[in-house]
Design a protein around this ligand. Structure first.
Ligand code: BJW
Ligand code: ZN
Length: 247
């Protein structure tokens, strides 16, 4: 493990462009539940049964109860040393390096905002933001930090139903965020995959985009992932412990 860490550390130092894709696992050590695995289930509902426009249409109150529960947990959570290490890597890479400017792009599937709170500058948010809501009728989107939202389901000034401004199954990702993620992945010399089961597309496909464009791949996860066999480095462990040691 120490050898792999050291090899990746040296490669990160050398690389001019680095991108990272994070998932729910990076927030697990902050106390935010992941989606999959038995701890990921909420009242026996899987994310595939709650995170869909059909589920919201059928029972907006039930879906909002799930989001209320998660907003409470995230509100109480704090970023940990792993989130801070990624913010630090970003600062290191954007500082002038021997006259050449490096770049680090953080792409997250998480909606919790913990990367922002750790100091990352405008991370790419592929799946939206749990602290924003959008009206089904007039389309107005706004920040909403109420914890918990008392009247469920909440309504817009226009009377329309408000939904969380997140990306559910079957919905397109925000085009501007997707474009940024694609560009960063295609340009990366090293692509880090941290705390994601890498089964939800198109996000998981970014690793393949990076690799086909010549990037080396590193996976940081205590469990196996479908990307391990194509990775140049596989670090089996928790992001809160490994990332500070790496960076
Ligand atoms: C640790 C750790 C520690 C634990 N340290 N690690 C069939 C085949 C292929 C694709 C499809 C298909 N059928 C449908 C699709 C497409 C679908 C999809 O991918 N489905 C698959 C599940 C099969 N994708 C979509 O629908 C996407 N949209 C789309 O494709 O649009 C096309 C379109 C185009 C044009 C018009 C219309 C449509 C949208 C996907 C949206 C996903 N949304 C969610 C909810 C977001 C909002 C919210 O948070 O409420 O996103 S679902 C959920 O999964 C959430 C996550 O971001 C996402 C990924 O999960 P993640 O982050 O990987 O978490 P887990 O729990 O899976 O894994 C945690 C990992 O951490 C584990 O590996 C642990 O080991 C690890 N870990 N502790 C490090 N301490
Ligand atoms: Zn409205």
């Amino acid at each position: 493990m120490e050898e792999t860490l050291q090899a990746l550390r040296e490669a990160l130092c050398e690389a001019k462009t680095v991108a990272a894709l994070t998932g729910a696992g990076i927030s697990a050590e902050s106390g935010v539940p992941t989606f999959r695995g038995k701890e990921g289930l909420w009242r026996n509902y899987s994310p595939e049964r709650l995170a869909t426009p059909e589920a919201f249409a059928r029972d907006p109150r039930l879906v909002w109860e799930w989001y209320n529960w998660r907003r409470g947990i995230i509100h109480r959570a704090r970023p940990h040393a792993g989130h801070l290490a990624l913010a630090e890597l970003e600062r290191k890479k954007s500082a002038d390096q021997e006259g050449r400017r490096g770049r680090f792009t953080l792409v997250t599937q998480n909606v919790d905002g913990l990367h922002d709170r750790a100091g990352s500058q405008s991370p790419v948010k592929l799946h939206g933001d749990i602290w924003r809501v959008r009206c089904l009728d007039c389309g107005r989107e706004e920040r909403n930090e109420q914890v918990p939202i008392l009247e469920l389901p909440p309504r817009c000034h226009c009377g329309g139903l408000l939904r969380p401004a997140v990306v559910w199954f079957g919905e397109p990702l925000p085009p501007d965020q997707w474009e940024r993620a694609l560009a960063a992945s295609a340009q990366a010399e090293i692509f880090l995959v941290i705390g994601t089961s890498a089964v939800v597309y198109p996000a998981a496909g970014l690793a393949e985009v990076a690799r086909r464009s010549g990037a080396k791949l590193a996976v940081i996860n205590p469990q196996p992932t479908p990307l391990d066999h194509q990775a140049d480095w596989v670090l089996k462990g928790e992001s809160g412990k490994l990332l500070p040691r790496l960076i």
